[in-house]
Design a protein around this ligand. Structure first.
Ligand SMILES: *Cc1c(COP(=O)(O)O)cnc(C)c1O
Ligand code: SF4
Length: 444
């Protein structure tokens, strides 16, 4: 795999399709947000005759609009004036910190303990599922420009989540019998070699933990490097490991991050999907909805239908988190709902396994169910798909309609209520309240 970043991207043959201004934007924005591409993304996925609108170009290459004009100017000036390295780094880190790198307590909340030892590479927010961030899986084959895991890639070390503590994880799952799922996430766990991945997964399956029913792997590798399951030198070992999990009687759910139907078109990805399914694993799919990439119902309809045809199960449609270049990517709640509904009405029941649009916010995953008029008041109808407090799951709740709203913290309770149900619980602190969170990756 040939990999490209800020230092060598001008070697990309197709780069002559870009204007001077576009190249400059990659340099300026790429100094703040993560940037990494590879030969597969560049040669097989991007249509270089459709620049800058090509969705995969937008997904991987930094764009001017991803920074505010003010920040863009600051970084551009700093680069032009050859600011000393450490001053440049300070400036850039300042901008990064303002971009909300760990939305709402992602770093310090939800970190469990075993025998008094903190499991810093583990997050446990919802009863049944723990997230595990293997130390060697904290990067990706390429980077998404919208990624909210970006602090992990840009070297703000203190912000990293990671763990080699598989033994402690095993203990934790043994001691907490409500846990049925361990979700490997990152970065992308599938950047690891088969050997590394085995070192994490084997102890877990060999411990014969009765409550462990499902291992999930959140990954964008089917989009960014499908050869991992086809022709890499350890691809057979990877598939054998998947089969081993399944043969142990544990469900293996590969949580695939796809943003656009283009990512499912190549021979390599088709073969990769077949190979994974042949191990007995299942593939569930998820994606955020983002302007410039996939904000149309046709795109979602095509994507979901194609996924089902290939044997995958559509799972979640997410709203863009309030981090990184959210202004550039954000789609309002109302428009997201329209896009979801317009796609949903054209798909059959076996494709309607998908849920959304959903916000992964501090109190939980909140699905926007619809817009209704109740007692003369126009409202959003919302429902928890996951909640910090499972009592909140049962009842839909209502927010005042707000045309511009893009996230939970833009909403206020309807019907003159003072608080949302999740704000009455003292478990949630005031500032935690509606800011975003951690957790799952919008995949991976
Ligand atoms: C989304 C998420 C999960 C998994 O939720 P499911 O609905 O079971 O897919 C687990 N932990 C966190 C923190 C999450 O955000
Ligand atoms: S969204 Fe996932 S695949 Fe994309 S950069 Fe972030 S962690 Fe990596």
């Amino acid at each position: 795999m040939k990999s490209y970043n800020l230092n060598n991207f001008e070697e990309i043959t197709q780069i002559n399709k870009l204007s001077k201004e576009q190249i400059n934007a990659i340099k300026v924005v790429g100094n703040v947000l993560p940037f990494k591409a590879n030969s597969y993304v560049i040669d097989e996925l991007i249509d270089w005759n459709n620049i800058p609108n090509d969705p995969i170009f937008q997904l991987v290459f930094p764009q001017k609009g991803m920074l505010s004009d003010k920040n863009y100017k600051k970084v551009e000036n700093a680069l032009n004036s050859n600011l000393p390295k450490d001053e440049l780094r300070d400036l850039i880190n300042k901008i990064r910190y303002k971009l909300n790198p760990h939305p709402a307590g992602q770093k310090k909340d939800n970190i469990p303990e075993v025998d008094g030892i903190k499991l810093t590479g583990v997050q446990h927010k919802y009863d049944q599922t723990v997230l595990f961030f293997p130390n060697h899986g904290q990067t990706c084959h390429a980077y998404c420009t919208f990624c909210f895991r970006w602090p992990q890639f840009v070297g703000i070390d203190e912000l990293k989540f990671a763990s080699r503590e598989t033994d402690l994880l095993v203990k934790y799952v043994q001691q907490n019998k409500q846990i049925t799922d361990v979700l490997f996430t990152g970065g992308d766990p599938m950047v690891m070699s088969a050997k590394r991945l085995e070192a994490y997964i084997n102890p877990l399956i060999e411990a014969d933990i009765p409550n462990l029913r499902t291992i999930r792997i959140g990954s964008k590798s089917l989009s960014y490097w499908p050869y991992k399951f086809v022709s890499d030198k350890d691809s057979e070992a990877i598939l054998a490991l998947f089969k081993k999990v399944v043969d142990k009687g544990i469900h293996l759910s590969f949580m695939a991050h796809f943003n656009h139907p283009i990512e499912m078109k190549t021979d390599a990805v088709k073969k990769a999907v077949k190979n994974i399914l042949s191990t007995g694993a299942q593939i569930r799919t998820q994606s955020p909805i983002m302007r410039h990439i996939n904000d149309s119902s046709e795109v979602w309809e095509t994507m979901w239908k194609e996924q089902v045809r290939m044997g995958m199960i559509p799972y979640y449609m997410f709203l863009a988190r309030d981090t990184s270049a959210q202004d550039y990517f954000a789609v309002t709640l109302e428009r997201s709902l329209d896009i979801y509904n317009n796609a949903y009405k054209n798909i059959s029941g076996v494709v309607r396994t998908v849920r959304g649009p959903s916000m992964s916010a501090a109190p939980g995953k909140v699905q926007v169910l619809g817009i209704n008029e109740i007692n003369g008041e126009k409202v959003f109808v919302l429902k928890f798909l996951q909640a910090r407090n499972t009592n909140w799951l049962a009842q839909p709740f209502f927010a005042k309609y707000n045309k511009e709203a893009i996230w939970l913290d833009d909403l206020e309770p309807a019907f003159n209520e003072e608080k949302f149900v999740f704000e009455e619980d003292e478990f949630i602190s005031k500032e935690d309240k509606v800011k975003l969170i951690e957790g799952e990756k919008i995949y991976n």
